[in-house]
Ligand binder design. Structure first.
Ligand code: QAP
Ligand code: CO
Length: 170
């Protein structure tokens, strides 16, 4: 399965708000397969379509140790989020090598379509709940570094732009 290039922060395309998937058809299912392959190859636990420059509301996740429990969320909507929040360490395939604390709801209930177009209610807590919130942010054009201070964000931007420059000079 062909891998997809992942956009890196501060690419402005990461701030695009994704459109709803109109129909779960073979085009979407192919995109799901390519996104899963890309996520597993990059050793990620979650990937939103926005990160591969496809601006429809589609997310893939696998938080299992064995990397054999793919979760596909199409047009996800939060039905409920716990008022109790906790700060946890996050990273992002679009922000390589950077990890910092972000506050998220401890648990969420999310309604989404699966790859067959079936509506499902996902009740998540722990790492899965954090991952779902992180990936749904991407669909709204939000990257986790936007929760950090301006100073940290500026440092991260500079570091990633330099890394990109150095990679290109090779
Ligand atoms: C989002 O992130 C997430 O910097 C998914 O060098 C992260 O898969 C949700 C990754 C943490 C909850 C907790 C990051 C891989 C993967 C890197 C990822 C890297 C290699 C990030
Ligand atoms: Co991310």
């Amino acid at each position: 399965m062909a891998l997809l290039p992942i956009l890196h922060y501060p690419d402005p395309r990461l701030h695009t708000v994704a459109q709803p998937v109109a129909q779960v058809d073979d085009t979407i299912r192919t995109m799901v397969q390519r996104m899963l392959a890309t996520m597993y190859d990059a050793k990620g636990i979650g990937l939103a379509a926005t990160q591969v420059d496809f601006h429809q509301r589609l997310v893939v996740i696998d938080v299992s140790e064995e990397r054999d429990q793919p979760l596909v969320l199409i047009n996800p909507e939060v039905e409920w989020a716990s008022d109790i929040k906790r700060k946890g360490e996050e990273g992002c395939l679009s922000v390589p090598g950077i990890y910092d604390g972000v506050e998220r709801s401890l648990a969420v209930k999310v309604r989404a379509l699966d790859e067959h177009g079936q509506s499902r209610l996902i009740e998540a807590e722990g790492l899965l709940a954090v991952c779902i919130q992180h990936e749904m942010d991407h669909l709204n054009g939000k990257v986790f570094v936007q929760y950090l201070s301006q100073l940290k964000r500026d440092r991260i931007k500079a570091k990633l732009l330099k890394a990109e420059r150095d990679a290109r000079r090779h």
